[in-house]
Design a protein around this ligand. Structure first.
Ligand SMILES: Cc1ncc(COP(=O)(O)O)c(C=O)c1O
Length: 404
């Protein structure tokens, strides 16, 4: 008889954001008069920039003519986009990454989740704690995480690297040497980041120990400080140990349009095997390419006009971030993040649990945020607010929180 994949059955409860959404729904049903403000999920709210809309329209018109119609896209991405990415995201920053090392996809989440497939099941994974849940859950699904301990909220075979206030929410080198290290900077959920020197230490560590770093730079566009690296390939030796994943969701508002990419340098090896070839094989077998229309929109992101329009969009969200950060600090909260990332990480007052604070915020201020404990045990007693809301809503949410 057919059986379900037991590794999937190990996953506890529902996904964090489903629980948040359910609680919000239940509250709204019981209090239909409440004007709930959502500062929870990291979804953008500003419309697509004009230059992107124009590129989409142009590409749709091309699809309407026999001469310019396109069918399946090349599964690794159109050369026009791969060349543009290589030029702007890497060459312009002094990073040695070529177009054929870039794999275009329909977003970073899929890549973050699927990349583990090219590694042996026995590989030991290390994650930051708190962490973007996709890295852990997909390793659970792949049977690499061991067993879940509900008490501690941890998996027996996963190495957790606590990111606490003591070290500015940066991970410290783990005691046990991992094979795969997931790093995400600027960070979701803490909004923290690390300096180039700190990232270089991770690259050196990975090279010394034969580990691979999976570097998620989905929030790169939000970096405002000088010594924060935009790409891991700014570090010496990163070509030998790092895979980088990027998204068009947060820099260009593509959460509903869908576009991202993964960089695997040629020559990056796992025990003598080139990973570039394995990912190309995986991509070719399981993926039929991001839509032509969307890749043209992605290309428009890099035009001078696109860059100017998107800079404004990022500034809009970062104005929210500054408002949340300052408003909460003035109200006596201990806050961090919101400088190089669109997330504010706040300590719950009076040692409240993250979920208790979630309930209090929903009931007293009708504001929805995300409980820090949902991102890992070290997130307990913390709470995440996003800067992706509309400015007026953000101002109103902070007013209500301050009056709580
Ligand atoms: C750290 C991180 N990586 C990846 C993603 C997913 O991005 P995408 O929309 O490109 O799938 C998110 C989305 O919130 C994220 O926070």
């Amino acid at each position: 008889m057919v059986r379900a994949n037991e590794d999937y059955l190990k996953l506890p409860g529902s996904y964090l954001f489903s629980t948040v959404a359910r609680k919000q729904r239940e509250y709204a049903a019981a209090h239909p008069e409440a004007k709930i403000i959502r500062l929870s999920i990291g979804d953008v709210t500003q419309p697509l920039a004009p230059v992107i809309v124009e590129a989409l329209h142009r590409a749709v018109d091309e699809m309407a003519q026999t001469e310019t119609f396109r069918g399946y896209a090349p599964d690794l991405g159109y050369a026009f986009l791969r060349n543009t990415v290589a030029e702007h995201d890497y060459k312009a920053r002094g990073c040695e990454i070529s177009a054929d090392e870039i794999f275009i996809s329909d977003g970073a989440k899929g890549d973050c989740g699927n990349i583990q497939e090219i590694f042996a099941k026995e590989c030991k994974v290390a994650v930051c704690d708190p962490v973007y849940p996709v890295y852990v859950d997909t390793n659970v699904m792949a049977g690499r995480a061991g067993n879940y301990d509900a008490q501690s909220g941890t998996w027996s075979e996963v190495i957790y690297m606590p990111c606490t206030a003591e070290y500015g929410f940066a991970p410290q080198l783990p005691k046990e040497v991992p094979d795969i290290i997931y790093l995400c900077f600027p960070n979701n959920p803490t909004g923290a980041t690390i300096t180039k020197e700190q990232l270089q230490a991770w690259v050196d560590y990975a090279n010394q120990n034969g580990a691979v770093i999976i570097y998620d730079a989905a929030y790169e566009a939000y970096i405002s400080e000088e010594d924060v690296p935009h790409s891991i390939y700014e570090c010496e030796g990163a070509r030998e140990c790092a895979i980088e994943i990027r998204s068009f969701s947060k820099n260009a508002g593509f959460t509903g349009v869908r576009l991202g990419y993964t960089v695997i340098p040629k020559g990056l090896k796992a025990d003598g095997t080139e990973l570039h070839g394995l990912w190309a094989r995986r991509h070719g077998t399981k993926y039929n390419g991001a839509p032509y229309i969307v890749q043209r929109a992605g290309e428009a992101v890099y035009t001078a006009e696109g860059q100017a329009q998107l800079k404004e969009q990022v500034a809009y969200y970062m104005k929210n971030a500054a408002y949340i950060r300052q408003g909460l600090a003035e109200a006596g909260y201990t806050v961090s993040g919101g400088v190089n990332a669109p997330y504010i990480w706040l300590q719950t007052p009076e040692g409240m649990s993250s979920w208790d604070f979630f309930d209090r915020l929903l009931e007293k201020a009708n504001v929805v945020g995300t409980p820090g404990s949902g991102f890992g045990p070290s997130g307990e007693h913390y709470f995440r607010l996003t800067a992706f809301g509309r400015y007026e809503d953000t101002v109103e949410a902070i007013r209500r929180i301050r009056e709580m």
